[in-house]
Design a protein around this ligand. Structure first.
Ligand code: TEU
Ligand code: CA
Length: 559
């Protein structure tokens, strides 16, 4: 397969909150169409659409009830084709979200499957089990809603759901199910889409017998039996074959994945994905999930970044991101709302010069921040609601809500802040979800006008990396890993290098230079302050130095 994706960066659209084209309060494809030139102007090369398909929205699109259609809230298939064609005209690739670990419980397959019956072709499309006496089939917990089993009166059996109750897991061991998946892939590839982001793809093969998990483990106790399961490589190879008929690429989402498993998926004999999203760097201020909070640790963030940069170099390829629709806004987490512009741009520089294909999530490019809603009833994300209702019940309300403020996925799902007009220019109708109050201050229109804005910093970095062979091929090296306030890394290729220094301090800091750069620093190619001062970093200052090696320099001077 082609590796065109190695020179690219992608913009992620979570359509419901992106842009409302018909003013009914819900983002849609008409809205996307109107913003395609904006997206292009960022310097990205493609779009990843979070699910656009019909869905009851128990998990906002990740519970699909029809894989070959568009949700009526967002438009029609012909609206989609219009967007796809225009995107292609602009030179933007388009990738779709492929959610195949589970469907909605309102998908016709599940409605049929519930009926049971020996000659029912849909009978084994899902994972059905009898209870064990008066107990559940096993002790697994779901990610989103308590136990992983739900009773179905109609069929008289339990079904497995690793996520919400309304997201029954498909039985991938059934060849008919895999044929359905391939047919879905072909449907979109034939239309012209350029690839897939494959949701929780490392969960689709379960260990036969579905053994009990360790009862001492919280929430994810079934993980050893559904992550990287026994037939995963077989199934992914089948899907890969379909993709190989087209010039497309596959990006897997791999919660809890480690280097070893990602290398298995993305290189060598089993290669069935081009790259994977991992979650390590999203845990620099929490333990396992954002709901269990810890103070932000830059060292932890750097460890996660470096682990993957060193670990995949020369063997595979990284998918780079610091935000998506599943995590609260990164400025509110790892940056500073006080040093808003500075920290948002430092965060950008901290990952955009790493090796891999960067993803930018809508609103990240203007530094959107977390929303703080006044009551749990105003939140919509199923996982936030569950966390609130199951844990810390005896804590004061204020504290319980503060945990939701810091962890809710809803913070990344507020309407995009386009300008300072009513509803942030997202819609002329009351939006389906709350707009962050700070939209008058943080919005696209005002940042368009400011050459030092976060938006323009993203443009600078994205355009720079596109032209840079060092960014594509260069070797990564981190310096001063123990430094709790500054992230310093290098990319080196054929005697030339970039040295990236990002301060995460809200005070001035002294620049620490790696030995090899002393006396041969080169010049500042990019900086988030207009006048970088020799030897001193301002709060959240980020610089990218371009340098050449001593031997190259000598050659240069001779000529
Ligand atoms: O996410 C998988 C996943 O592991 C996250 O849901 C994670 O558990 C959660 O964000 C807590 O931090 C994918 C999708 O990206 C997500 O939107 C879906 O809800 C989920 O799968 C189920 O389809
Ligand atoms: Ca609309």
């Amino acid at each position: 397969m082609q590796d065109w994706y190695k020179n690219m960066s992608f913009y992620q659209i979570w359509i419901r909150s992106f842009a409302d084209g018909n003013d009914d309060g819900i983002g849609d494809l008409l809205g996307v169409y109107d913003k395609l030139t904006y997206i292009k102007s960022l310097g990205v090369d493609g779009i990843w659409f979070s699910p656009l398909y019909p869905s009851p929205n128990a998990d906002f699109g990740y519970d699909i009830s029809d894989y070959k259609n568009i949700h009526p809230d967002y438009g029609t298939l012909s609206d989609f084709k219009r967007v796809l064609n225009r995107a292609h005209e602009l030179g933007l690739k388009v990738i779709m979200d492929l959610v195949i670990n589970h469907t909605s419980d309102e998908h016709p397959w599940f409605i049929e499957s519930k009926k049971g019956g020996d000659d029912n072709p849909y009978k084994d499309y899902y994972i059905w089990r009898d209870g064990k006496g008066d107990k559940l089939p096993n002790n697994w917990e779901s990610f989103f809603e308590g136990k992983a089993w739900e009773w179905c009166e109609e069929r008289g059996q339990y079904y497995l759901h690793i996520f919400a109750k309304k997201q029954p897991d498909l039985n991938m061991d059934n060849p008919a199910v895999r044929e359905e998946i391939k047919s879905i892939m072909r449907f979109w590839l034939d239309m012209g889409v350029d690839g897939f982001r494959e949701d929780v793809i490392n969960f689709i093969s379960k260990v036969p017998g579905l053994p009990d998990g360790n009862p001492m483990l919280p929430v994810i106790n079934g993980m050893p039996y559904f992550k990287d399961g026994p037939h995963i490589h077989e199934y992914l190879a089948e899907f890969r074959k379909v993709c190989e008929e087209y010039d497309c690429f596959q990006l897997g989402e791999g919660p809890m994945s480690d280097l070893k498993s990602v290398l298995l998926y993305t290189s060598g004999e089993h290669k069935s994905l081009d790259m994977m999203f991992n979650f390590d760097h999203m845990q620099a201020d929490c333990f396992m999930t954002e709901y269990i909070q810890r103070p932000f640790s830059l060292r932890k963030l750097k460890r996660a970044f470096s682990k993957w940069q060193y670990g995949l170099y020369g063997k595979s390829w990284n998918a780079l991101y610091i935000e998506n629709h599943d995590h609260p806004r990164v400025v509110s987490r790892y940056g500073s709302e006080e040093f808003h512009r500075e920290s948002a741009t430092a965060l950008a520089a901290s990952y955009l010069f790493q090796q891999g294909t960067p993803f930018i999530y809508q609103g990240q490019e203007i530094g959107m921040t977390n929303i703080r809603l006044s009551s749990i009833d105003l939140y919509m994300d199923v996982s936030s609601k569950t966390n609130y209702s199951l844990y810390h019940l005896n804590d004061p309300e204020e504290l319980r809500l503060a945990r939701i403020h810091a962890s809710s996925r809803d913070s990344a799902r507020t309407p995009m802040q386009w300008d300072s007009s009513e509803n942030a220019g997202f819609s002329r109708h009351k939006p389906w979800f709350y707009v962050n109050d700070n939209y008058t201050r943080i919005n696209v229109a005002s940042q368009e006008k400011d050459k030092n804005s976060i938006l323009n910093f993203y443009r600078t970095c994205l355009n720079y990396r596109k032209r840079s062979r060092i960014c594509r091929y260069g070797k990564y090296r981190e310096f001063f890993a123990d430094d709790p306030k500054i992230y310093t890394y290098e990319r080196e290729y054929k005697g030339k290098s970039l040295l990236i220094i990002c301060s995460f301090s809200d005070k001035e800091e002294v620049v620490r230079l790696p030995k090899k750069y002393r006396g041969r620093l080169g010049h500042v190619a990019i900086c988030n302050y207009p006048d970088p001062e020799w030897g001193l970093l301002k709060p959240y200052e980020a610089r990218v130095y371009e340098t050449i090696s001593n031997s190259e320099r000598k050659n240069h001077e001779k000529n």
